[in-house]
Design a protein around this ligand. Structure first.
Ligand SMILES: O=C(CO)[C@@H](O)[C@H](O)[C@H](O)[C@H](O)COP(=O)(O)O
Ligand SMILES: [Zn+2]
Length: 195
């Protein structure tokens, strides 16, 4: 397969996976956005976490909340748990890498806050521990998950929302997670600030 064919294959797979996600996940995205808006209107805040490419997604989302998305508006309270290298390295060094997000959730999370988890597999121990910590803090979870949901899916409660992209490729799941993130930003802005 030459380079052009490879590019074409990526674009086709992306379009197919995106269309399927719209069909399967549109309603859940709407529910998740309503939960985020309700949390923010009730003086709650959003914590976000994920590993690797999903750490970048967590930061991407928190920056669009804290700064802005597509319109002028006040910053909204969101914290990416993936960015403070002193905190991350000391927790990993003194305890275990699995605890890097959970310890921050226990320190920062309050009842009514939301933890947004990004994982393409649902099996990363650090996000599983973060989910348990969030529940211990009476927080709810919005999980942008992937594949078969992994061990994260059965950990979730009725009050949580799982948005699972079942595409077989990590890259496709990450691309659709980003699209969903932008939908969430747009819907939150619309619910909080109108047209
Ligand atoms: O971006 C990529 C691969 O495309 C990787 O960095 C990927 O995010 C990492 O392998 C993560 O550790 C995977 O974690 P998860 O999505 O399975 O929770
Ligand atoms: Zn990637």
């Amino acid at each position: 397969m030459n380079a052009h064919e490879r590019i074409e294959r990526h674009f086709s797979a992306h379009i197919e996976a995106t269309q399927e996600a719209l069909t399967m996940l549109g309603d859940l995205i709407e529910i998740a956005a309503a939960k985020l808006a309700h949390c923010l209107l009730s003086d709650g805040k959003i914590l976000c976490c994920g590993n690797g490419g999903s750490a970048a997604q967590a930061q991407h989302f928190s920056s669009e909340m804290l700064n802005r998305f597509e319109r002028e508006r006040p910053g909204l309270p969101a914290v990416a748990l993936t960015t403070d290298t002193s905190t991350l390295t000391s927790i990993a060094n003194d305890y275990h890498f699995d605890e890097v997000f959970a310890k921050q959730v226990r320190a920062l999370g309050h009842a009514g806050d939301i933890l947004v988890i990004y994982s393409t597999s649902g099996i990363s121990p650090s996000v599983l521990a973060a989910a348990v910590a969030a529940h211990d803090r009476d927080m709810s979870i919005i999980a942008l998950n992937g594949r078969d949901g992994g061990t994260l899916a059965p950990l979730l409660r009725d009050t949580d929302v799982e948005i699972r992209v079942t595409a077989p490729s990590t890259a496709r799941i990450q691309e659709i997670h980003l699209l969903i993130t932008h939908c969430l930003c747009d819907l939150v802005d619309h619910q909080l600030f109108g047209e």
